[in-house]
Design a protein around this ligand. Sequence first.
Ligand code: HEC
Length: 139
Amino acid sequence: MTKIIAQLVLSRAAAAILAAAAFASSAGAADLSHGEKLWRKCVSCHTLEPDGRNKVGPRLYGLFGRAAGSVPDYLYTDELKASGIVWNEKTLDAFLHDSEAMVPGTKMYGGLSQAEDRSDLIAFLKQATTGAASSGSGR
Ligand code: HEC
């Protein structure tokens, strides 16, 4: 099952890895393993897998390029749905810095104050939300 999905997303995943690598170098060597550690702050509320379920927050698979508030079976705040945000490195950086400042009224918690933490986490998310990082994969 996971294998089939992995094959289906392979070309997207490959593109994402290249993009993540480019992002990493432009951001000054994002540390993916550090990003993965920071992800632990999010796991109580989010999943990354294609068939991941919604928890307190929506599943994040396919996040990059997705409009905010667009997972169909998740109940978002009207504020996030109406925000007009499309998720990319820039918008995620702002949201993860201070979600309430970016989207007043969102039910997502505060943020990460360190820019480096955010860029590492975003680099990790970019890889993981395309299915490129199967759990436990080393490099
Ligand atoms: C305590 C639960 C909780 C934690 C922890 C949490 N989130 Fe969220 N997150 C939410 C909720 C709830 C929403 C939906 C917000 C809304 O509808 O306003 C959300 C929304 C989001 C969205 C927008 C998704 C979309 O489909 O538009 C992103 C991106 C996101 N979270 C990333 C993260 C990341 C990365 C972390 C870890 C640093 C994290 N979240 C930690 C609860 C959480």
